[in-house]
Design a protein around this ligand. Structure first.
Ligand code: ADP
Ligand code: MG
Length: 453
């Protein structure tokens, strides 16, 4: 079995890793580190919790430590030139978590880590970056703001890391990520990691990497198969309360479809005396941090979240995942299930509440993930709420309104897809032009040929 030394890791960093109990490389680390250390691009697909973060931090750490940036006048380092590694992550919490992991790794070295994310004051982040950081972990939106404010430059980057790559290449983030990648030097090393890589994004991946090492572990098999119940939407909260009657269910992460639903469910649990926090886009950064800390320390029994919490978070206290609603994006089911069971207590269980509208999707999802698609009848003691049409609204009018809404959404999706396809075509054209114009010389230095800010 290979060791971190065999895989090319910087010997100086190993005692620190050992102190944190990290001795044997995981499969994704064993499979990618040697080539990543050698400078090759990587596209790696590996299950959640398999140590992908270290798989990119170690090569970055070695290169940045052994090849310091040039000194300018008086022997000082130029803060702009110091920024040589960028890690893009989709959410603030994940950026913070990666930042913490990077600090734990680089603590004893001269390398400095910066973290930048939106919905919090930009000026402290600008100051920190101006003081000089070697590695920046950022969410794409905030990074664009920092670039627009001339707070940093990507001209000297050696590494571009895209964590949760498929999420970063979906329509929400793609334009930002592409704009950022265009500002990075062509002769960078690009490392991409994800637990799921749908075939549709494969073409996009190819625009960002060059002859990458591909690493893939089968990830569709979830850690635990959810028990799925057929339950009408109106009775989902009752079913959740029923599950929580069992006091041994702690560290419960409940995923809902929207921020508003998160608010309603959290409120219902509060009213029933259950210590609950919530994590979604309408909460302030402070509230989100408090909720996460509360769950991590066991002060909160339940965390109600939207899919902002589905990706990458590592909270050992979480043991149970409830899919109150099915995820909107198919592959998020695997990510959700991957959020629990990181601690010593292990994974307890997972549930899916499937209402009549969701049955077909559930069957499709279950099949794709090799899970039992059958729905269970409600447990004894849960009496479904009677379903009655909302008062004052004629049902037929509502049905028509829903049909119109669905049609609108369908058209929007088609439009967005067309736009993505066109962007992709022009992006490929541009990249080809760029690479032809600037061949990569063997003695190329970072930033060569790249416009200075
Ligand atoms: P992923 O990004 O694949 O979901 P993470 O990188 O967040 O997973 O890692 C999950 C946890 O595993 C982290 O706490 C990390 O410190 C730990 N870890 C990483 N590599 C190893 C290893 N080789 N041995 C033991 N623990 C590890
Ligand atoms: Mg991760």
């Amino acid at each position: 079995m290979s060791t971190f030394e065999d895989l090319g890791a910087d010997a100086l960093l190993l005692p620190g890793l050992r102190r944190r109990g990290i001795r044997v490389p995981t499969a994704v680390q064993a499979g990618t580190l040697a080539e990543a250390h050698a400078g090759r691009d990587v596209v790696a697909v590996a299950p959640t919790g398999s140590g992908k973060t270290l798989a990119f931090l170690l090569p970055i750490a070695r290169k940045l430590r052994t090849e310091p940036p040039p000194r300018v006048r008086g022997g000082a380092m130029d803060a702009m030139q110091r920024l040589r590694a960028l890690v893009l992550a989709p959410t603030r919490e994940l950026a913070q978590q990666i930042g913490r992991e990077a600090e734990a790794l680089l603590g004893g070295t001269v390398l400095r880590v910066g973290v930048a994310y939106g919905k919090s004051a930009i000026s402290p982040q600008i100051q920190a970056i101006r003081k000089g950081v070697d590695l920046l972990v950022a969410t794409p939106g905030r990074l664009r703001e920092l670039l627009d404010a001339d707070a940093c430059s990507l001209a000297w980057l050696r590494f571009l890391v895209i964590d949760e790559a498929d999420r970063m290449l979906d329509m929400g983030f793609l334009p930002q990520v592409q704009a950022i990648a265009e500002r990075c030097p062509a002769e960078r090393q690009t490392l991409m990691y994800t637990a799921t890589l749908p075939r549709q994004v494969e073409e996009l991946v190819r625009t960002l990497v060059r002859e990458p090492l591909r690493f893939g572990e089968r990830t569709t098999a979830a850690r635990a198969e959810p028990v799925a119940w057929g339950v009408d939407d109106r009775s989902k909260t009752l079913l959740l309360l029923h599950l929580l009657k069992d006091a041994s269910r702690t560290g419960v992460l409940v995923f809902v479809r929207t921020r508003r639903r998160a608010g309603w469910v959290a409120e219902a649990l509060h009213r029933n005396g259950i210590r609950t926090g919530s994590l979604h886009g309408d909460r302030s950064q402070k509230q989100r941090e408090a909720a996460l800390a509360g769950a991590a320390e066991g002060r909160l029994r339940v965390l109600v979240a939207t899919d902002v919490a589905a990706r990458g978070l590592h909270v050992p206290a979480l043991r149970c995942v409830v899919n109150y609603d099915l995820p909107l994006v198919d592959q998020d089911l695997v990510h959700r299930l991957g959020r629990a069971g990181h601690g010593d207590a292990g994974f307890a269980e997972a549930f899916a509440f499937v209402d009549s509208q969701e049955v077909d999707r559930w069957k499709r999802l279950a099949k794709a993930c090799d899970m039992d698609p059958r729905l269970k009848p409600l447990p004894e003691g849960v009496v479904p709420q009677p379903v009655k049409p909302p008062a004052g609204r004629p049902t037929e009018a509502k049905r028509q309104a829903t049909a119109r809404q669905q049609k609108r959404e369908r058209l929007e999706r088609i439009e967005a897809f067309r736009k993505q396809r066109d962007d992709l075509a022009s992006q490929r054209g541009r990249l080809r032009g760029k690479q032809a114009a600037k061949p990569i010389g063997t003695g190329a230095r970072p930033g060569k040929g790249v416009r200075k800010p």
